[in-house]
Design a protein around this ligand. Structure first.
Ligand SMILES: Cc1cc2nc3c(=O)[nH]c(=O)nc-3n(C[C@H](O)[C@H](O)[C@H](O)COP(=O)(O)OP(=O)(O)OC[C@H]3O[C@@H](n4cnc5c(N)ncnc54)[C@H](O)[C@@H]3O)c2cc1C
Length: 486
């Protein structure tokens, strides 16, 4: 027991990205920490998410590039027909997963974190029940508890999965086979990334979206230009306003498509496989949260900006939640950031999370990224706060580096306040958009204005000049707005 008679200063339930960062940060600051994990160390990101999917995207992206004879001939290059080995691409992803999982586990051990294997649950806000893999049940006391149990794929009613012909991203990352024709249900970032992988490797894709436009979570202008290239320009038939009301696994897989509004059966498809990419649900059911009176919000744990768990809007002492289970910007770096914010608060360094400055990226070829407000939300904010919203567009086709790469399909949209010049958000589609967004995210985090940002020198020739051009265009509107208010 430690000096306060607790077994630990901090127990973290769940060793995904959120739990990992929290546990490591706490141990490095002298706390006695245990982390409980029921599956593989590293959680979704390392085992079934970011890591394997990005490895598959890297390999399939190279296949796409080498197979694009028209693009290569623009450089005067004529490559031999591309051959690839599916199993070796899958091995690349699996090997990367093992390496990163092992590094992460060692990093926790080095920091002095006690790793406990089994299922954790709450038994009050300073007591955790641990059901070990052997079946032994233990109670552990802890001064603070962080819940970081993440999320699982959501499979809508009517869809039956068998893990082989109808599956979620959990299985897709293993790339066990390449169906000739695959239907992807959902056109969010996971659906888009797998459409990128499958089409690069020669599969035909039918993308089904229930909402009235494909890519519904992306900026409409970005969607217009990105879908032209990423969907229409590829072996992808995309349909919107249709609900996959029934999916029966087998050979072939049967899909029934109904009108989203009338529920009338519209079409039956017979495909080789179906990937269900319809979002994720929080892993919160078996945590015994009732024992501390927490009311879940659609399964998500309510938290404040310091990551304290809320009961009827008020923070519970010593109980914290981070990552996908809180339902805020469900991304690995959000989970990690929330984890360190929770621990800083435990250490009495009061800190709040700033969701506005957290970027998001889709690693298609080319990539899509965003940070801050959507245009719709920014307009609402502008009308409430009484300022004029500025919107400028900067095009990759005017960028020397993009032109040199023969990849000038791209757009950046910057949102800012016309009165102060403060950057409110950005949406980018184009080469290395995921890297480009970081510059804007940093500016949003510091609440910087386009007036100061437009003076910053960008390396020539680089893609970052797309951002520079946007800042400079925006700065003229701020000056203009200031002049016209005189
Ligand atoms: C295909 C795919 C691609 C993705 N790509 C990206 C990307 O490129 N970039 C990005 O930022 N994000 C990406 N994500 C999202 C990212 O993986 C998640 O946001 C992130 O993993 C959330 O971390 P977490 O710590 O909240 O939860 P998780 O990573 O889900 O970890 C939670 C852990 O808790 C464990 N657990 C659950 N219940 C218990 C219990 N009762 N006791 C003990 N352990 C328990 C689980 O086994 C799991 O290991 C992707 C996701 C998917 C599915």
């Amino acid at each position: 027991m430690n000096e306060d008679n607790f077994d630990f200063d901090l127990i973290v339930i769940g060793a995904g990205y959120g739990g990992f960062d929290a546990a490591k940060h706490a141990a490095e600051h002298g706390l006695k920490v245990a982390i409980i994990e029921s599956r593989e160390m590293g959680g979704t990101c390392v085992n079934r998410g970011c890591v394997p999917s990005k490895a598959l995207l890297a390999a399939s992206g190279k296949v796409r590039e080498l197979a694009n004879a028209e693009h290569l001939s623009g450089f005067g290059i004529h490559a031999a027909p591309v051959r690839f080995e599916r199993q070796k691409i899958a091995d690349h992803a699996n090997n990367l997963v093992s390496a990163i999982r092992s590094n992460l586990t060692k990093a926790l051990e080095r920091a002095g974190v006690t790793i406990l294997r089994g299922k954790g649950r709450l038994e009050g806000n300073q007591c955790v029940g641990l059901r070990e893999i052997s079946g032994v049940d233990r109670l552990l006391s802890s001064k603070n508890v962080i819940i970081a149990t993440g999320s699982d794929p959501f499979v809508p009613p009517g869809i039956e999965t068998d893990g082989r012909t109808v599956f979620t991203s959990d299985e897709a990352v293993n790339l066990e086979w390449l169906p000739r024709w695959i239907s992807i249900i959902g056109s969010g970032y996971i659906g888009l990334e797998f459409a990128d992988i499958y089409t690069a490797l020669g599969c035909e894709v039918t993308m089904i979206e229930a909402l009235d436009r494909v890519m519904p979570t992306f900026d409409p202008d970005i969607t217009k230009i990105a879908s032209r290239y990423l969907l229409d320009g590829r072996d992808i038939d995309s349909r919107s306003g249709l609900l996959a009301s029934k999916v029966i696994p087998g050979c072939p897989v049967i899909i029934e498509l109904s009108d989203i509004k009338t529920r009338e059966l519209k079409e039956k498809l017979e495909v080789d496989a179906v990937l269900v990419a319809t979002g994720r649900v929080p892993t919160s059911k078996e945590l015994n949260l009732e024992s501390v009176g927490v009311n879940l919000d659609k399964g998500f744990i309510p938290v404040d900006e310091r990551m304290r768990v809320l009961v009827k809007g008020k923070p519970l002492p010593n109980l914290w939640a981070v990552g996908d289970v809180t339902g805020k910007l469900m991304l690995a770096h959000t989970a990690a950031a929330q984890g360190t914010v929770a621990v800083d608060n435990i250490l009495n360094n009061t800190r709040k999370i700033d969701y506005r400055s957290i970027p998001a990226a889709t690693f298609t070829h080319p990539e899509i990224s965003s940070v801050g407000f959507s245009e719709v939300d920014a307009k609402e904010f502008a009308s409430k706060d009484g300022f004029e919203l500025g919107v400028v567009r900067s095009y990759f086709k005017a960028n020397s580096k993009a032109l040199a790469e023969l990849e000038s399909d791209g757009l950046m949209k910057l949102l800012f306040r016309k009165d102060t010049g403060e950057v409110l958000g950005a949406h980018i589609y184009g080469l290395h958009a995921a890297d480009l967004i970081q510059e804007v995210a940093n500016a949003v985090a510091r609440r910087q204005t386009v007036v100061e940002l437009s003076c910053e020198v960008h390396t020539h020739p680089t893609l970052s000049e797309v951002v520079e051009v946007a800042y400079k265009q925006a700065m003229k509107q701020v000056q203009h707005s200031a002049d016209s208010n005189k």
